[in-house]
Design a binder for this molecule. Structure first.
Ligand code: FAD
Length: 380
């Protein structure tokens, strides 16, 4: 395996870093500490510049008009984006649609994926419920067929990121067994302006993502909005979950930690050996990240690698950011340096999209099933 990033990916990553340094880092001091959205004029200017510079949808497959850089490309772009504390501000996320939509049928892609890529619509992902977090399979949102071509959704989803701004949600609901059909957990595409669906509150947190609670009360969704088959949501979504565990949080965390570490180096607040010790841990996590992303791009199984990479990258990066804050003393804790916001914002990475404890169960299960611990056997 060639462990260098492909030239096209490195070139795109360098352009994204330039964009981050020129556009986003200068905005950091002007935004309030809990700002979770960009001022409208900045948002449209930034999206326009991303488009003009060919940075929009770069990782999206070419068949949908994207740049085709794959998961390795997405990781590289997000690693560059991690160099600003403003990485999570919503408009930029439009260039990265949920990859599950690539598996939706043509009509659904036309209605949801393509407008998302054009920056006209934005989706959120609704799995977690008040009684079903890590144990997602115990979810209870009911989706009952009404016999007239619709499913009627009743239940509550909680901690749904950016639901307040989204136009549609990917909703996991339980279809009851009926008339010989076993039913089961099913994935629906739901327009958030459908009667019977309400974003009832935003849940204040220590950082970003603006999670909200969504209530469904007799919300009628046409059966044409089922993605895949009834009862097959988890089979369909597993690859998406794994790819998200690789590409959503780890590269941001590693980019952020790299920025903090280079600040420590520049300001001379730690010995070069101390800095090197963190750099080598972050680099090990980075190697694991790109290896996992490369495997996903080869259509190889990545369940185990995704769990390892999410755990190692997020915990190592958080510990590194905490250490840099400590080296800087009071200045590190202040809002004059980026560690404070990173620390608040990235803390959720060990919880959201699968806690690190659950990831370690996945790793342990993989080991019991005979995983070699290296995972390179297929490419020798
Ligand atoms: C900022 C933020 C944004 C989010 N965005 C979304 C979103 O967009 N869409 C969405 O669907 N969800 C979202 N979530 C929810 C997130 O995915 C869940 O919080 C996560 O799956 C964990 O579930 P939980 O919070 O109910 O914790 P729990 O499952 O109750 O876990 C609590 C603790 O117990 C541990 N634990 C759980 N089960 C076991 C076990 N069997 N053995 C040992 N330890 C265990 C966990 O690791 C954790 O430490 C978001 C969460 C946050 C914080």
């Amino acid at each position: 395996m060639d462990t260098r990033l492909p030239d096209a990916v490195r070139e795109a990553q360098a352009r994204m870093r330039k964009f981050v340094e020129e556009e986003l880092v200068p905005l950091e001091p002007s935004l309030p500490p809990f700002a979770n959205v960009l001022p409208k004029e900045d948002a449209s200017r930034l999206v326009q510049r991303m488009r003009a510079e060919g940075l929009w949808a770069l990782a999206v497959p070419r068949r949908f008009g994207g740049g085709g850089l794959g998961l390795v490309g997405l990781c590289a772009l997000r690693e560059a984006l991690g160099h600003t504390t403003l990485w999570s501000l919503a408009p930029l996320l439009g260039s990265e649609p949920p990859i599950l939509l690539y598996q939706a049928n043509e009509a659904q892609q036309k209605e949801f994926l393509l407008p998302t890529l054009r920056g006209e619509r934005y989706g959120c992902f609704a799995l977690t419920e008040p009684g079903a977090g890590s144990d997602a399979a115990s979810l209870s949102l009911r989706a009952e067929p009404d016999g007239e071509g619709h499913y009627v959704l009743n239940g509550t989803k909680i901690f749904i990121s950016y639901a307040d701004e989204a136009d549609y949600a990917l909703v996991f609901g339980r279809v009851p067994a009926q008339g010989g059909s076993p039913g089961g957990i099913t994935l629906f595409l739901v327009d958030l302006d459908t009667p019977g669906v309400r974003v009832v509150r935003q849940i204040p947190t220590m950082g970003g993502a603006r999670p909200s609670e969504i209530v469904f009360e007799d919300c009628r969704v046409p059966e044409s909005r089922i993605v895949g088959e009834v009862g097959k949501a988890f089979e369909l979504a597993q690859h998406w979950f794994d790819c998200d565990r690789i590409a959503l949080q780890p590269p941001i965390a590693l980019g952020a930690a790299a920025r903090c570490l280079s600040l420590a180096q520049r300001h001379g607040v730690a010995s070069s050996v101390d800095i090197a010790q963190w750099a080598l841990q972050l680099d090990a996590a980075r190697e694991m990240l790109y290896h996992a992303a490369w495997r996903a791009d080869q259509d190889l199984e990545v369940r185990h690698e995704a769990a390892m990479c999410k755990t190692l990258a997020t915990t190592t990066a958080l510990a590194a950011i905490d250490q840099v804050m400590q080296w800087f003393g009071a200045r590190g804790y202040s809002r004059e340096l980026p560690m404070e916001r990173y620390y608040r914002d990235l803390r959720r990475f060990t919880i959201a999209a699968g806690t690190v404890e659950i990831q370690q169960f996945i790793v342990a299960r993989g080991l019991i099933r005979g995983y070699t611990g290296l995972g390179y056997e297929e490419v020798r």
